[in-house]
Structures are given as structure tokens and as C-alpha cells.
Design a protein around this ligand. Sequence first.
Ligand SMILES: Nc1nc2[nH]cc(C(=O)O)c2c(=O)[nH]1
Ligand code: SF4
Ligand SMILES: [Mg+2]
Length: 250
Amino acid sequence: MKLAKLNDGPEIFHTLQGEGVSAGLPATFIRASRCNLHCRWCDTDYTWNFEGTPWKHDFDTRPGYAKHRKEDVTIEISPEAIADVVRPLPPRRVVLTGGEPLLQESGWLELIGLLRDGSEAWAFEVETNGTRIPSDAFAEAVDQFNVSPKLANSGMDPSLRLVPGALEYFAASPKAWFKFVAASPDDLREIDELAERFRIRPERILLMPEGRTGAELDRHAAELAEACVARGWRFSDRLHVRLWGDRRGV
Ligand SMILES: Nc1nc2[nH]cc(C(=O)O)c2c(=O)[nH]1
Ligand code: SF4
Ligand SMILES: [Mg+2]
């Protein structure tokens, strides 16, 4: 499989789930490399913003920022080797994230099979951008989809970031929760439209402030919380950002 590389190894770390309906639960994260989108504010640009690609990123104007050399930021690793890293760690909850993890379904299926191996203890969550319909086997194998559709502020064309069949699939799935990142009243209007268009039930929607520091998260928190109260949506914080800041591996 292609995972993001961190300190010369695969980006696998155990922490507390910081976002969504299982926020606060101990979990092991496995970060896939590669994404089918390329959002301009993406905080895991090292999974896709490679040398030679035409994608634009907000970091382009940062002094010293350069596109990544694919070999420097990717590690090729087998499901067996990933299982050997994950098994000794304490959590029995695993979060498959990225990048876009649904681009590597068959590898995950193998990994999940190796880890479950007769034990009921394991739970698997998937953080996805909601543009791909999972196979029946994959949807059966995992416990939860945290679906985070991208808005206009991602800079992505609607035809790429909004795939009606996939969003309708997740809207009807008992395993899926929708996590929308919002920073402005425009974002909120857009989320209202998506919820209506794809018939996403309000009790399955979480609104999460955008931000890489506690102060940034707080800027919009009160306003978003009000919107949640008015619509019957949940509010999600970004617990890991508050606890450990904008760092990799937490
Ligand atoms: N603690 C923690 N929680 C998270 N929830 C979603 C994450 C992600 O990057 O997908 C993430 C992450 O990177 N760390
Ligand atoms: S979908 Fe997620 S991982 Fe992919 S570019 Fe957008 S923010 Fe980054
Ligand atoms: Mg993250």
C-alpha cells in the first residue's frame, strides 16, 4: 500500500480521535498517501502535492514551501507489515485516513482481515471526502464512514468534489456521518443546500469549525454552534488541535 511517510516510517500513530462522532476515543490512525482531490487549504498536502503536478495550494506563497518529492513523502508497505505495527498498540479502534483512503480499498480489506482475525474487539473508521462509492465488501468490513464533502472554498470544481451517486449512497448508509468544515456564512448556506439536495438527515450532520489553533477554532465556534442548535445538527470540535496543536502524528 502507499502510506504517507513520517520520520522514515509509515504515518501510523495512536492518539485520541479528535473529530466527529467518536471524538475523544483512543484510536490508531493510518494515513494513506494519494488523493483524487487537491484542495487549496489541505493540511495533508504531502499526500498529493508532488513535484511536476499543476495543483495550486495556499502554501505556495509561504517562503520556503516547495512541492514534495513523491519518494520522500511516500512509503510502500504491505498490509501484513501495517498489521504488525498496529497490533501491539493499545487502541482497538483504527482510523483509516489520508489523502483519500478509498483509493486503496483492497489493501485495507486485507489489513482489516488480518487484524480482526476472529476477534470482535476491533472497530474501523474511514475518513473520506465522499467522492467514491465503497465496494460492498469494504462497506461491510468497516464500522463507520466519516464523510467530509468539500465546499467551494476548496477551489475544486463541483464536478470533482460532489459526486451525486456517492453522496446519495452515504446519505442512505447507517454507517455514515457527514462532517462539514465551515468558516463563513457562505459555507453554511452551501451546506444547507447540499443537505437538502442529497437528503442528508440532520441527525447525521456535524458542523466543525475550520482552524489550526484553538484561537482559530474559537473564531467561528459560537456562530456554528448556534447554527447546529437551529438545525438539529451536531457540533464537532477539533480536539487534537486544542490538545497538541497543528502537528503531524497526533
Ligand atoms: N487526533 C486526530 N484526529 C483526527 N481526526 C481526523 C484526522 C485526520 O487527519 O483525518 C485526525 C488526526 O490527524 N488526528
Ligand atoms: S480531499 Fe482531503 S486529503 Fe484530499 S486534498 Fe482535499 S482536504 Fe486534502
Ligand atoms: Mg488531520
